[in-house]
Design a protein. Sequence first.
Length: 98
Amino acid sequence: MADTDFIDVEVAFALPDRQWVKRFRVRAGCAVGEAIEMSGIAVQLGGVLVTDHNVGVFSRPVTLATVLNDGDRVEIYRPLTRDPKDTRRLRAGKQKKK
């Protein structure tokens, strides 16, 4: 097999106090879901639920079927702890009081 049959990717998952990143080579044409499975990160983290709604490549939402390119960084997103709209409202309310 030629070297061009493989690409370099990394899979990442982060918590507020720790992050996991695994870099490795996959066959060209590999999908996001396959790369996550091959990385072992979801299993290592106790079965993090990975769906089309919590993955991306370089901060851009994608599906598990998205085909990767050489150098892509697959990101698994954790659930939000607070609604961004509520956070903005709280911040704006504090600014008004000052």
